[in-house]
Ligand binder design. Structure first.
Ligand code: HPA
Length: 277
């Protein structure tokens, strides 16, 4: 049985509040190889995850385990530099704990990026940026499983619009203005860490996915549970064509993510400046 001690939220908050007393309006979670947005932040405070009571200890990306407080334009933001993935071995409560803390800090909107494989190649191709308009959760555990935290949200939260329509429309306008083409599609979350088989890619396409990845959905579910408005965007790093499937390495994924990162960063930074929250 899952048990959660609500006192831990207070202990985490007490620690953070010693170093940052303002109210961030916007939370940011950046995907692997997409840390550049941090450079768009006028940094005011950096707190290492490992010092924050009850934060998961970061493993793989330990050198990037930072909670960053600062400003983008006139928006106060809190950004996670380094996120937690299910395949690393964390449970869903740990993965989404920082999002709970963002809510307690006062965050009203969450902006997330990730690297994803292109499934529907009629719609997305390698190097495309894809606004996530909906998702399919194929992760084996739900972050809301267990006793409901009533002070955060309802037992059975609605999921009819997990990605804010206003944010998506504004992002598309900004993309047009900047001459950066943006696609829009459905993201499916799988547990990884292996990439999918050809049969699995066929399956994912049949069930309605445009892109596949190993993150984002837990954070979005928990944010929706708490009434936080969400925006998420994928860099399509590879093409998952089951009939012509070439072996893929994480280095290739990171290389494409880094190549497209400047455009992604421009979109996200501008979107954060222009949104009203
Ligand atoms: N599958 C799952 N996750 C991914 C992929 C993929 O093909 N590409 C980038 N992240």
């Amino acid at each position: 049985m899952v048990t959660i001690d609500p006192q831990q939220f207070n202990e985490t908050m007490d620690y953070i509040r010693r170093y940052y007393k303002d109210t961030p309006q916007i939370g940011i979670v950046l995907g692997t190889g997409m840390g550049k947005l941090v450079e768009a932040i006028e940094v005011e405070r950096v707190i290492k995850y490992n010092f924050i009571p009850h934060f998961p200890i970061s493993t793989v990306e330990s050198h990037f385990g930072n909670l960053i407080f600062g400003k983008i334009g006139d928006k106060k933001v809190v950004a996670m530099q380094g996120r937690f993935h299910y395949y690393e071995g964390y449970d869903m409560f740990q993965i989404t704990y920082p999002i709970r803390i963002m809510k307690l800090l006062g965050v009203k909107a969450l902006f997330v990026s990730n690297a994803a494989g292109g499934i529907n190649l009629d719609k997305v191709r390698k190097g495309d940026l894809m606004i996530i308009e909906d998702h399919i959760n194929l992760l084996p555990e739900n972050p809301l499983r267990g006793p409901n935290l009533d002070f955060f949200g309802p037992r059975f939260p609605d999921m009819s619009q997990p990605y804010d329509a206003e944010f998506r429309a504004l992002a598309k306008k900004i993309g047009e203005r900047m001459g950066i083409p943006l696609k829009e599609g459905v993201y499916v979350a799988v547990q990884g860490p292996n990439l999918e088989t050809r049969a699995e890619y066929r399956f994912l396409r049949i069930i309605g996915a445009d892109a596949v990845g190993m993150s984002t959905v837990p954070e979005i579910i928990v944010a929706n549970h708490m009434g936080i408005r969400c925006f998420a965007i994928s860099i399509i790093t590879d093409e998952c064509d089951p009939d012509n499937l070439a072996p893929l390495t994480v280095e290739e994924v990171i290389a494409v993510a880094q190549e497209r990162e400047p455009d992604l960063t421009r979109i996200l930074a501008q979107l954060i400046k222009e949104v009203s929250v």
